[in-house]
Ligand binder design. Structure first.
Ligand code: ZN
Length: 147
Protein backbone atom coordinates (compact mmCIF):
# COMPACT_ATOMS: atom_id res chain seq x y z
CA UNK A 1 0.00 0.00 0.00
CA UNK A 2 1.04 3.57 -0.50
CA UNK A 3 2.25 5.44 2.51
CA UNK A 4 3.34 9.02 2.85
CA UNK A 5 6.64 9.26 4.65
CA UNK A 6 8.12 12.40 6.13
CA UNK A 7 11.82 12.06 5.49
CA UNK A 8 14.75 13.25 7.60
CA UNK A 9 15.07 16.28 5.30
CA UNK A 10 11.49 17.33 6.18
CA UNK A 11 9.98 16.53 2.78
CA UNK A 12 7.02 14.23 2.36
CA UNK A 13 7.13 11.52 -0.28
CA UNK A 14 4.77 8.71 -1.20
CA UNK A 15 6.21 5.20 -1.05
CA UNK A 16 4.67 1.98 -2.20
CA UNK A 17 5.45 -0.45 0.59
CA UNK A 18 5.05 -4.19 0.11
CA UNK A 19 5.32 -7.24 2.32
CA UNK A 20 3.89 -8.13 5.73
CA UNK A 21 2.75 -5.38 8.07
CA UNK A 22 5.88 -5.80 10.18
CA UNK A 23 8.09 -5.51 7.10
CA UNK A 24 6.24 -2.41 5.92
CA UNK A 25 6.56 -0.89 9.35
CA UNK A 26 10.29 -1.55 9.42
CA UNK A 27 10.71 -0.15 5.91
CA UNK A 28 8.67 2.96 6.83
CA UNK A 29 10.75 3.47 9.95
CA UNK A 30 13.96 3.20 7.96
CA UNK A 31 12.67 5.53 5.22
CA UNK A 32 12.03 8.21 7.85
CA UNK A 33 15.75 8.23 8.64
CA UNK A 34 16.69 8.83 5.00
CA UNK A 35 16.37 11.89 2.75
CA UNK A 36 13.64 12.09 0.10
CA UNK A 37 14.43 11.19 -3.50
CA UNK A 38 14.80 14.81 -4.62
CA UNK A 39 17.21 15.62 -1.82
CA UNK A 40 19.13 12.42 -2.46
CA UNK A 41 19.55 13.33 -6.14
CA UNK A 42 20.46 16.92 -5.26
CA UNK A 43 23.05 15.72 -2.75
CA UNK A 44 24.58 13.33 -5.28
CA UNK A 45 24.70 16.08 -7.90
CA UNK A 46 26.38 18.45 -5.44
CA UNK A 47 28.91 15.78 -4.49
CA UNK A 48 29.65 15.10 -8.15
CA UNK A 49 29.99 18.81 -8.91
CA UNK A 50 32.34 19.26 -5.96
CA UNK A 51 34.43 16.27 -7.06
CA UNK A 52 34.49 17.56 -10.65
CA UNK A 53 35.60 21.01 -9.46
CA UNK A 54 38.41 19.41 -7.43
CA UNK A 55 39.48 17.33 -10.43
CA UNK A 56 39.44 20.37 -12.72
CA UNK A 57 41.59 22.28 -10.25
CA UNK A 58 44.01 19.35 -9.99
CA UNK A 59 44.62 19.29 -13.75
CA UNK A 60 44.34 23.02 -14.44
CA UNK A 61 48.14 23.20 -15.03
CA UNK A 62 47.84 20.75 -17.93
CA UNK A 63 47.44 22.09 -21.44
CA UNK A 64 44.97 19.50 -22.69
CA UNK A 65 44.06 19.08 -26.36
CA UNK A 66 40.41 19.34 -27.35
CA UNK A 67 38.56 16.05 -27.60
CA UNK A 68 37.02 14.87 -30.84
CA UNK A 69 33.71 13.06 -31.31
CA UNK A 70 30.02 13.88 -31.15
CA UNK A 71 28.92 16.61 -28.70
CA UNK A 72 27.63 13.96 -26.33
CA UNK A 73 30.86 11.96 -26.55
CA UNK A 74 32.96 15.08 -26.03
CA UNK A 75 30.99 16.14 -22.94
CA UNK A 76 31.07 12.70 -21.39
CA UNK A 77 34.62 11.98 -22.48
CA UNK A 78 35.85 15.29 -21.04
CA UNK A 79 34.25 14.52 -17.67
CA UNK A 80 35.91 11.11 -17.61
CA UNK A 81 39.25 12.50 -18.78
CA UNK A 82 39.25 15.21 -16.10
CA UNK A 83 38.45 12.70 -13.37
CA UNK A 84 40.94 10.08 -14.51
CA UNK A 85 43.76 12.55 -15.16
CA UNK A 86 43.26 14.12 -11.74
CA UNK A 87 43.76 10.67 -10.22
CA UNK A 88 46.68 9.79 -12.50
CA UNK A 89 48.63 13.02 -12.13
CA UNK A 90 48.21 12.71 -8.37
CA UNK A 91 49.97 9.32 -8.37
CA UNK A 92 52.31 9.51 -11.35
CA UNK A 93 54.55 12.17 -12.80
CA UNK A 94 53.44 14.04 -15.90
CA UNK A 95 55.80 12.04 -18.15
CA UNK A 96 54.07 8.77 -17.21
CA UNK A 97 50.73 10.36 -17.96
CA UNK A 98 51.97 11.83 -21.23
CA UNK A 99 50.23 9.28 -23.46
CA UNK A 100 46.94 9.81 -21.61
CA UNK A 101 47.32 13.57 -21.94
CA UNK A 102 47.50 13.20 -25.69
CA UNK A 103 44.51 10.93 -26.34
CA UNK A 104 41.96 13.20 -27.99
CA UNK A 105 39.34 10.62 -28.98
CA UNK A 106 36.37 11.16 -26.64
CA UNK A 107 35.13 7.64 -27.38
CA UNK A 108 38.46 6.21 -26.21
CA UNK A 109 37.99 7.84 -22.80
CA UNK A 110 34.45 6.53 -22.58
CA UNK A 111 35.46 3.00 -23.65
CA UNK A 112 38.40 2.89 -21.21
CA UNK A 113 36.79 4.66 -18.26
CA UNK A 114 36.76 1.56 -16.03
CA UNK A 115 40.40 0.57 -16.50
CA UNK A 116 42.79 0.74 -13.58
CA UNK A 117 45.35 3.57 -13.66
CA UNK A 118 48.16 1.28 -14.83
CA UNK A 119 46.02 -0.28 -17.57
CA UNK A 120 44.82 3.15 -18.66
CA UNK A 121 48.39 4.37 -19.12
CA UNK A 122 49.26 1.20 -21.04
CA UNK A 123 46.15 1.49 -23.22
CA UNK A 124 46.88 5.15 -23.95
CA UNK A 125 50.27 4.30 -25.45
CA UNK A 126 48.37 1.98 -27.84
CA UNK A 127 45.58 4.42 -28.65
CA UNK A 128 45.24 5.06 -32.41
CA UNK A 129 45.38 8.84 -32.16
CA UNK A 130 48.41 8.53 -29.85
CA UNK A 131 50.26 6.64 -32.57
CA UNK A 132 49.50 9.33 -35.10
CA UNK A 133 50.62 11.89 -32.52
CA UNK A 134 54.00 10.16 -32.18
CA UNK A 135 54.19 9.83 -35.96
CA UNK A 136 53.74 13.59 -36.21
CA UNK A 137 56.34 14.10 -33.49
CA UNK A 138 58.75 11.80 -35.36
CA UNK A 139 58.27 13.62 -38.66
CA UNK A 140 58.95 16.92 -36.90
CA UNK A 141 62.25 15.60 -35.46
CA UNK A 142 63.19 14.25 -38.89
CA UNK A 143 62.82 17.63 -40.48
CA UNK A 144 66.13 19.19 -41.45
CA UNK A 145 67.11 22.01 -39.15
CA UNK A 146 68.08 25.30 -40.59
CA UNK A 147 70.45 26.73 -38.04
ZN1 ZN B 1 13.92 16.25 0.82
Amino acid sequence: MEQRIIHACGHEQAHHLTGFDSQQERKAKWLKTTTCRDCFVAEKRAEEAAAAALSSAAISHLDLPLLTGSDRQINWGATIRTKRLAGLTDLYNDADCDACLRVTDAKWWIDHRDLTDVDLIAAATQAPDMQSASAVAASITDMPRTA
